[in-house]
Ligand binder design. Structure first.
Ligand code: NAD
Length: 422
């Protein structure tokens, strides 16, 4: 019973976020008042939105928007539509966004939001009505200079287009910069679909330089073959990495000589699964994460590396494409195993970085070509990687704590400069 409760605590997103915050704040010696400011979201909005369903019934859905910090710029963060959404989860994720934007030094604070609903049970028309009413209810707190939304779990380009349109109707002019992750024809940015994977690849290449390894010498295991996993795989394979295993929810595949990633992407598109892919053997998905490799890239979900399985991880580099794949308890053990960890708030920040570029382009009304987007993304990811690693060396801490310390330090510095806590 005690061990079940300990495991529950280890996996709780709020407890995880607090653990990292506390360690970074203590090491930075942040004063108590500033800790209180940084720990508490600036604004939490709960809305109950009446929406008519297709069969004529009226239903009420609950939505949230939490703005954790606006110290460094407008709040920024995704909107998720999930049946088990909680305010606590939204709070933790909003704070996470503040730290992520600060690590890559882009001028945004952090936010998160969503609606408790199950999109699998809703028609497109119902989803559109929920999106528009939710947007209308939180509208006074949105805006390019106030709070900029983005897609997240179960939301997409189309939902962002509806949000943008609803906002624009109310302010009576087209305001593309109020959300990011929009379709290209409505002010989206080139390079956004690949951005998170590209960021993962860039920081992995930087880690290899430090370890004296070349991509051709590296075997990569990837968990999750969605946006982040498949884009990372595609770009890394192009650089010469050998992607030896891909793990999905319905199976895992292995080829010691490296999988043909473009063919695998096509196979998944056609069949809906990675299984039964030619030139690969099927392996046990429960075991695949423990294959010996140089790079392990979890890109599926949170809490996959815990105190229960961390001892079996056999990689040199852990690049966290997913948010929160490693628990704090597992973290300490990984450090003892000599694994070079590229923490999520750095590794997967390529997505929010190109969202920032989208916001910049929308406000300029001038759009960049893909090469420029990719070059600027690479510059930010390389600089951020170097900032984090030199911070870790200077303060004698691991990369994750260094990333949190750097982020907290930047946000705290902005607050002090503004004097808003005096
Ligand atoms: P996605 O839905 O496109 O892909 C996730 C994939 O993981 C799916 O193919 C799913 O089948 C698979 N999966 C789910 N559970 C699994 C399991 N137990 N084992 C193996 N595979 C499993 O999502 P995404 O956008 O690629 O996001 C993945 C992770 O990266 C999430 O944690 C997300 O928060 C994070 N992230 C995404 C972005 C982005 O730009 N998309 C940016 C930052 C962080």
């Amino acid at each position: 019973m005690a061990s079940v409760m300990m495991m529950e605590q280890e996996l709780n997103p709020w407890v995880v976020a607090e653990a990292r915050f506390d360690e970074a704040a203590t090491r930075l010696g942040l004063d108590e008042g500033l800790c209180k400011v940084l720990r508490t979201p600036a604004r939490e909005i709960t809305v109950h939105i009446p929406v008519q369903l297709d069969d004529g019934r009226l239903e009420v859905f609950t939505g949230y928007r939490v703005q954790h910090s606006i110290a460094r710029g407008p709040a920024k963060g995704g909107i998720r539509f999930t049946p088990d959404l909680t305010l606590d989860e939204v709070r933790a994720l909003a704070a996470w966004m503040t730290w992520k934007c600060a690590v890559v030094n882009i001028p945004f604070g952090g936010a998160k939001g969503g609606v408790i609903c199950d999109p699998a049970l809703l028609s497109d028309a119902e989803l559109e009505r929920i999106t528009r009413r939710y947007t209308a209810e939180i509208l006074p707190f949105l805006g390019p200079e106030v709070d900029v939304a983005a897609p997240d779990m179960n939301t997409n380009e189309q939902i962002m287009a509806w949000m943008m349109d609803t906002y624009s109707m109310h302010v009576r002019h087209t305001t593309t910069a109020v959300v990011t992750g929009k379709p290209l024809d409505l002010g989206g940015s080139r390079g956004r679909p690949e951005a998170t994977g590209r960021g993962c690849m860039t920081v992995t290449l930087e880690a290899l330089k430090r370890l004296g390894l070349k991509p051709e010498q590296c075997r990569v295991v990837i968990q999750g073959f969605g946006n982040v996993g498949s884009m990372s795989a595609k770009l890394m394979a192009r650089e010469g990495f050998k992607i030896i295993a891909v793990i999905e929810i319905d199976g895992a595949i292995y080829n010691r000589n490296g999988l043909d990633i473009p063919a695998l992407i096509q196979h998944r598109k056609t069949t809906g699964s990675i299984t039964e892919f030619a030139e690969a053997e099927s392996i046990n998905p429960e075991e695949a994460m423990f294959l010996e490799c140089e790079v392990l890239l979890p890109a599926a979900k949170e809490n996959v590396i815990t105190s229960r399985n961390v001892g079996r991880i056999r990689t040199r580099v852990l690049c966290e494409g997913a948010n929160g794949p490693t628990t704090p308890v597992a973290d300490e053990i990984l450090a003892g195993q000599g694994v070079f960890v590229i923490p999520d708030i750095l590794a997967n920040a390529g997505g929010v970085t190109v969202s920032y570029f989208e916001w910049v382009q929308d406000r300029q009304g001038y759009f960049w070509n893909e090469q420029l987007v990719n070059e600027r993304l690479e510059e930010i990811m390389v600089n951020s990687f170097r900032d984090v690693v030199s911070y870790a060396e200077k303060h004698g801490v691991n990369n994750r704590i260094a990333a949190f310390m750097l982020a907290l330090d930047r946000v705290a510095f902005a607050i002090k400069l503004r004097g808003i806590y005096a």
